[in-house]
Design a protein around this ligand. Sequence first.
Ligand SMILES: [Zn+2]
Length: 124
Amino acid sequence: MNTINICGIPFNIKEVDEIPPDIPGEVIHGEISHSRAEILLRESLPKELKQLALIHEWVHGVLVMIGRTDLSDDEIVVQNVALAINQTFEIKEEVEEWIEWKDFLINEQKRRQKNCSLKETENE
Ligand SMILES: [Zn+2]
């Protein structure tokens, strides 16, 4: 089973068909239960939205753990922090991909230069 660490406590992550809404007709992407140490995620969500929902619930969890239930109850604060975290790690992945690509280009250039100098010595 997948778990996520919230301030040192492993929370189980469960994907479910539907999360019962407080307001009828509302679509809930995720829910956290502190007493069960569990996060529920709506299974049918696209990967990116599921990731954001998981981070959103993680932010709720951290805020409750540090005793700021007042902030945890503020969905706008929670969502903005979740968006900030999500976008930060997206950028990190992009930078890592760029570094890998740059290393590949440098190695490719070195390989070609080596091949060229090998050919030159063969011709001499
Ligand atoms: Zn929320």
